[in-house]
Design a protein around this ligand. Structure first.
Ligand code: 5AD
Ligand code: SF4
Length: 472
């Protein structure tokens, strides 16, 4: 491939201004969004500034997702587009390096270079703190591929973001506290791509949250592939649960909101339920994936709980915090799923009544037990079931939004609205809320009276600002 021949480049080549531009595109989950931010932090001391378009970037990093086939395939079409942009830049005398990071990188490693020779380097989720070194090796005899599970902890070496960077990312921030998963659900690649469960020590998390709070962040979402399995080392030398960690983080002023995602029903322990009961800062919203409502399918999925146990758990959490709202993930068409199994899922959805939901057609993933199961479901059946399930969950979401009219909700404003003069934010239940108000409110939490609902968002007015004559 003549256009892949590399000439020797200096380590971390510098442009005229001494700076280089990097464009990082995240696919998939929120942890990838967090990792992308930390990649940018890692590259900042090496002179890289972020840019909003790949076309003018010296380095493009695709931070990929391997969870479903479609997600993984998207990466290869994007590399094809980047290759055209890179060739154009080369014609103009410039260049572009292309890096693949994230779970596709971890799962496919060198195979990526074979399938997409335009890629210059491959880096896994546990080694992106080594990016500056890897970039320096591009152009050498062998393209760098680093998908180790290293002994060093990347969180110990990642540089902290600068204050302006934190502010630019907005008042709501992610913090990874746990990585990997030991559950081995039979459909899921995560235990293979992200490895065994590990938890960050409490001290590093507290320091990171304090820094974010000091810079103006008001909402922290703790992230982990199986976040409520958190068991990090506390400053007292003991193992802390997520409930205990949340109690500690709730003392950091002036963070006003805490969230965590994604949780496994089996790991909702008493300390976490007590945190929901006791901590006003812990938002009354929980993403608690159930995947299926059929006990037979739950068993084959290796979910380790029944639908009745899940429903009892929902009730226990609602007893601890009555205004609690739930969302979930669902998979339709898992191997062997009958009409009766699917109906059981619809019944569970009716029983819980979710305020939002993510649902997917089962996608066989190489190397997982589900992919080898013989009774795979026809694509047309999957599509039909997905449409029925989504009609139900979208109806529940609309009903919840409708029932919000007339309620007063605390909204964290995090951005400008769609139209001039509007600002937008999130309710405690993660509903998007738009109001007409001054931009100076962005970054603050304020009470909003909900007046109308649109297709996907709520509209309201700042509480106490309703014109007198309009008050009944
Ligand atoms: N096929 C379809 N959906 C999947 N998910 C995970 N693996 C698969 C798969 N092989 C869904 C699950 C999970 C969410 C993140 O993605 O619902 O909770
Ligand atoms: Fe995948 Fe979640 Fe199951 Fe772990 S608990 S294997 S991350 S679906």
């Amino acid at each position: 491939m003549p256009d892949e021949t590399k000439t020797e480049r200096p380590a971390l080549p510098q442009g005229d201004t001494g700076t280089k531009t990097v464009f990082i595109k995240s696919y998939g989950c929120q942890m990838n969004v967090y990792d992308s931010q930390r990649m940018a932090d890692t590259l900042a001391p090496a002179g890289y500034v972020e840019t909003t378009s790949p076309d003018n970037a010296d380095l493009v990093i695709l931070n990929t997702c391997h969870i479903r086939e479609k997600a993984a395939e998207k990466v290869y079409s994007e590399i094809g587009r980047l290759r055209v942009a890179r060739d154009e830049r080369r014609r103009m005398g410039g260049d572009m390096q292309i890096a693949v990071a994230g779970c596709v990188a971890q799962a496919e490693g060198e195979e990526i270079m074979r399938r997409a020779p335009a890629v210059d380097l491959v880096v896994g989720p546990q080694t992106y703190h080594r990016l500056p070194d890897l970039i320096a090796r591009v152009g050498g005899t062998k393209k760098p591929v680093d998908t180790d599970f290293p002994v060093e902890d990347k969180f110990q070496v990642l540089p902290a973001p600068r204050r302006e960077k934190i502010l630019a990312r907005g008042p709501s921030a992610f913090v990874t506290v746990q990585e990997g998963c030991d559950k081995f659900c039979t459909f899921c690649v995560v235990p293979y791509t992200r490895g065994a469960e590990t938890s960050r020590p409490v001290a590093g998390i507290v320091a990171e949250v304090e820094r974010l709070a000091e810079a103006g962040v008001r909402e922290i979402s703790l992230l982990g592939q199986n976040v409520n399995a958190y068991h990090g080392e506390g400053p007292d030398g003991r193992t802390w649960t997520l409930g205990k960690l949340l109690h500690r983080l709730a003392r950091i002023e002036p963070v006003t909101r805490l969230r965590y995602t994604t949780s496994h029903p089996r790991d909702m322990d008493d300390s976490l339920i007590e945190a929901h009961r006791d901590l006003p800062a812990l938002m009354p919203f929980l993403h608690l994936p159930v995947q299926s409502g059929s006990d037979r399918i739950l068993d084959v999925m290796n979910r380790k709980h029944t639908s009745a146990e899940y429903l009892r758990l929902i009730e226990t959490i609602r007893n601890a915090r009555p205004d609690m709202a739930f969302s979930s993930d669902f998979i339709v068409g898992f191997p062997g799923e009958t009409d009766a199994d699917f109906e059981a899922t619809l019944r569970l959805i009716e029983d819980v009544s979710y305020v939002s939901a993510y649902s997917f057609k089962y996608s066989p993933r190489p190397g997982t037990p589900g992919a080898g199961m013989t009774d795979q479901i026809d694509e047309a059946v999957k599509a039909e079931r997905l449409a029925r399930l989504q009609a139900l969950t979208e109806g529940q979401q609309r009903a919840f939004n409708q029932a919000s009219i007339g309620r007063c909700m605390e909204v964290l404003f995090d951005r400008k609205g769609k139209h001039p003069g509007q600002i937008a934010g999130r309710s405690p239940y993660l509903q998007a809320v738009q109001i007409e108000a001054d931009e100076s409110l962005i970054g603050t939490v304020a009470p909003v009276e909900i007046t109308t609902t649109g297709a996907w968002s709520l509209h309201g007015i700042l509480a106490g600002t309703r014109p007198r004559e309009a008050v009944a």
